[in-house]
Ligand binder design. Structure first.
Ligand SMILES: C[S@@+](CC[C@H](N)C(=O)[O-])C[C@H]1O[C@@H](n2cnc3c(N)ncnc32)[C@H](O)[C@@H]1O
Length: 390
């Protein structure tokens, strides 16, 4: 994987305990910027905040809305500081994406009804990979039956699903645009492709980089079985609304701008596997879009997936800090490091917590048992203390 700016200061190493990680390729002083990525591959700003957050630079002013002066695409769920932010967003995402988001917003339930939908999977106690594969095979089988897609066209998404669906739609649209460009492209490698083609730079990453990230599908759905219904639901709505090759629009749809005929045709990329990939990447890799400056009270405004920085592992005494400037993420050393040292960030505000509290926080939020050297040392000294007795 490559990233902007000169020879890489980072090399990927693999360890049996923590998977892929970044190591420094040379000695680095404190405050060295080791990675600087301009935008996520895909992101979403939660509906609760989107009238208060610029869709491009993610400026947020504690609920004020007066600075968001460009509201040309409010129907697509996009509010911008001004024309400059709007144009910057359009340059990367393309005008067609506004239509895609508008179509998706039309599938959002306007007002949440009191009673939640009945969830079939919540009764399932033990979720296994086989169970998930079978559930998705059933969805693929349903889709081949006549009339199913027309039934799916009537489905709507609650706010939680619609916010996630926006992120999936952006990722799939990037895949679609990359695939269309590859057909007329040279033999550049995928990451280089994203770096060098103007208008197709999604954070120095391609779909292949995005899809190679660790999936949290099984771990997350095992903990929250009801998510399976949300994920299937998202797939059904995306398939029904954006796969126009396989759908003939009704007379009513033809007269509205939300008709599939008027939006980009994503039939080639909306598959159960691709939707699972995008949704599976989220739990293990997402970077929260936190109100800055970040404090423990900061609001979580949304999330983004940055495939290149996703190889930073967590450490409870990290040697790299993350800085967000607009959509840009910069990673800066907090101490001098030696060539070959692992470079780690912190996944949360855990540094001041006890070993037990950190473990719980990381297991509940990130689904792993922390194997960093600080945890290992604290665990070893606790064991020695216990063995020594009172
Ligand atoms: C954002 S990814 C980091 C890259 C990952 N190692 C990989 O191979 O794709 C987060 C995942 O890495 C692993 N990980 C990161 N930090 C860890 C740590 N301190 N201890 C154990 N596993 C860790 C966990 O599996 C976690 O879900």
């Amino acid at each position: 994987m490559q990233h902007s700016g000169g020879p890489s200061l980072l090399a990927v190493a693999v360890s049996p305990l923590t998977g892929r990680s970044y190591r420094a390729t040379c000695d680095l002083p404190q405050d060295s910027c080791v990675l600087d990525i301009s935008t996520p591959y895909a992101d979403t700003v939660y509906k609760k905040f989107r009238k208060e957050v610029c869709a491009e630079c993610w400026r947020y002013e504690l609920g004020r809305t007066d600075f968001l002066t460009c509201r040309d695409y409010a129907e697509a769920g996009l509010w911008f500081c001004d024309a400059r932010c709007r144009d910057s967003w359009l340059e990367r995402e393309g005008q067609g994406t506004v239509e895609l988001l508008k179509t998706l917003e039309a599938a959002r339930i306007r007002k949440e009804k009191g009673k939640a939908r009945e969830d079939a999977s919540t009764a399932i106690k033990q979720i296994t990979q086989d169970f998930l594969d079978q559930a998705w095979e059933e969805v693929s089988a349903q889709e081949k039956r006549p009339k199913t897609l027309n039934k799916w066209k009537m489905l709507q998404l609650d706010d939680f699903e619609a916010d996630l669906a926006r992120y999936v739609l952006l990722a799939l649209n990037h895949l679609h645009r990359e695939s269309s460009s590859f057909t007329v492209s040279s033999n550049d490698g995928p990451s280089q492709f994203a770096e060098t083609r103007p208008g197709l730079n999604f954070g120095a990453a391609t779909w292949n980089d995005f899809a190679s990230l660790q999936s949290g599908e099984l771990l997350q759905i095992s903990k929250f079985p009801e998510l399976l219904d949300n994920w299937v639901h998202i797939y059904q709505v995306l398939k029904a609304r954006f796969a126009s090759k396989i759908l003939r629009p009704s007379a009513k749809e033809l007269s509205t701008s939300a008709s599939p005929a008027n939006t980009t045709d994503l039939s080639d990329v909306i598959t159960p596997q691709n939707v699972r990939t995008a949704l599976g990447v989220d739990p293990s890799n997402s970077f929260g879009i936190w109100q800055v400056p970040v404090t423990e009270e900061s609001e979580g405004l949304g999330f983004g997936i940055y495939p290149v920085p996703s190889f930073f592992n967590h450490h409870c005494a990290p040697n790299v800090r993350k800085e967000r400037v607009g959509r840009r993420l910069r990673f800066v050393t907090t101490a001098a490091v030696r060539a070959g040292d692992e470079l780690c960030i912190s996944y949360g505000h855990v540094e001041h917590m006890t070993l037990a509290a950190r473990r719980e926080h990381l297991r509940d939020g990130w689904f792993f048992v922390c194997a960093c050297s600080r945890c290992a040392e604290e665990e070893a000294s606790a064991t020695t203390r216990d063995a020594a007795g009172p």
